[in-house]
Design a protein around this ligand. Structure first.
Ligand code: TXA
Ligand code: MG
Length: 351
């Protein structure tokens, strides 16, 4: 299949809406990452999403709506907790898991009777959703397991010749996927951290639970958070999270070189001079984790494109947006975290 990559405008939106009506898939920008959308009510269209991404079919898709009124065409009911989240954070980078309406097929929800609903704030995403006129099921528009795409080019690299159209709306401002929170149990449960932070959710809801798999490798109850059991965000390169000062990180880098590796450091901008002449890129600056979030997936993809086989990335504090960054980093690293005392060891002991 030939893939068109077009700037998002009236003409490309008309084509996108036509493709969606014909049961096809279209990639589109949002404020978090690019999504791969299809009509959420059309089972064969939804099947095309799973096929293009190579996604396991028990991992549920988020359903995107154009406005708050459309939420009740997807969710069976809006609980008081759900209403608080809608009032406080929608439109925005949040997905609220609610009981689903019967006309949302089970192939969208991975067989669950709940559905994740998201109303993006990105103007291009909203124009796309309005043009389609139906709820749009959309996962991130990457090949399953790869870092999520934050530019149209990333989508092209993963899905060219597998989907008919990519709408280019520029780079995504957020960089990590939406916060996913379930309000189906007695206490709201944070399933995936994002740029709507745990602190903000607590301020609106009172108490929330934070799923243990967010920062730890634990056996996951599939029914509660199906997406967590899969390997995620992994570039080809081996990712190691370094929770140590810059001088120890230099030793790990040098050990990698001695072991014949081609390492890349992703570090705090203000400490980069400590690494010269090693390969190091800024990843985070002045304690602002939203900067790390914005550049995270692009940096992991760049490491692959430039032939690095090892990515040594600094740990970040887990408050605010930092929780979403560490959650993605730990998964990309298969939960391998090195501390200062590990910097003495030969590099082969980390593999
Ligand atoms: O920012 C985003 O959320 C992006 C853009 C395109 O909107 N989408 C996205 O979708 O990241 P995806 O499929 O890559 O991630 C969806 C996550 C998965 O971890 C999935 O398990 C969870 O949301 N999810 C979806 N529906 C769910 C449900 N009914 N119950 C529990 N988790 C659900
Ligand atoms: Mg994804």
């Amino acid at each position: 299949m030939k893939t068109d990559l077009l700037p998002l405008n009236e003409r490309s939106l008309a084509l996108a809406a036509e493709l969606i009506r014909a049961g096809e898939t279209v990639a589109f920008p949002t404020e978090t990452v690019y999504g791969l959308g299809a009509d959420a009510r059309n089972e064969s269209a939804v099947a095309r999403i799973f096929e293009a991404k190579g996604r396991p079919n028990d991992n549920p898709l988020i359903v995107h709506v154009a406005d708050k009124e459309q939420i009740l065409s997807v969710a069976a009911e809006i609980s008081p907790a759900a209403q608080k989240l809608i009032d406080a954070f929608m439109p925005g980078p949040i997905t609220v898991v609610m009981p689903k309406r019967p006309d949302i097929p089970l192939c969208v929800t991975g067989g669950l009777d709940t559905v994740g609903v998201r109303l993006p704030v990105h103007e291009g995403a909203r124009r796309f959703l309005r043009a389609c006129g139906c709820p749009i099921a959309a996962p991130s528009a990457n090949s399953s397991g790869k870092p999520s795409p934050t530019t149209a080019r990333h989508v092209w690299d993963d899905l060219k010749n597998k989907i008919p159209l990519i709408l280019d709306g520029g780079a995504c401002g957020g960089g990590v996927e939406s916060t996913v929170i379930s309000v189906c149990g007695s206490v709201p449960l944070l399933l995936r951290p994002g740029l709507v932070t745990a602190e903000q959710l607590t301020a609106v809801l009172g108490k929330i639970d934070i799923h243990p798999a967010i920062l730890r490798a634990v056996e996951v109850d599939r029914a509660a958070s199906p997406g967590m059991k899969y390997k995620h965000y992994a570039p080809r390169a081996r990712v190691l999270v370094l929770d140590m000062p810059a001088r120890d990180a230099c030793r790990v880098y040098d050990a990698a070189i001695a072991a014949g590796k081609k390492p890349l450091l992703l570090w705090r901008e203000e400490e980069l001079s400590a690494f010269a002449p090693r390969h190091a890129l800024p990843f985070y600056a002045h304690g602002d984790a939203s900067i790390a979030a914005r550049g995270l997936f692009a940096a992991l993809r760049r490491a692959d494109d430039e032939g690095f086989d090892t990515v040594l990335v600094t740990a970040v504090p887990t408050d605010g947006a930092g929780l979403s960054v560490m959650n993605r980093l730990l998964r990309a690293a298969s939960f391998t975290v090195l501390h200062a005392q590990d910097a003495q060891k030969p590099f082969s002991s980390y593999e």
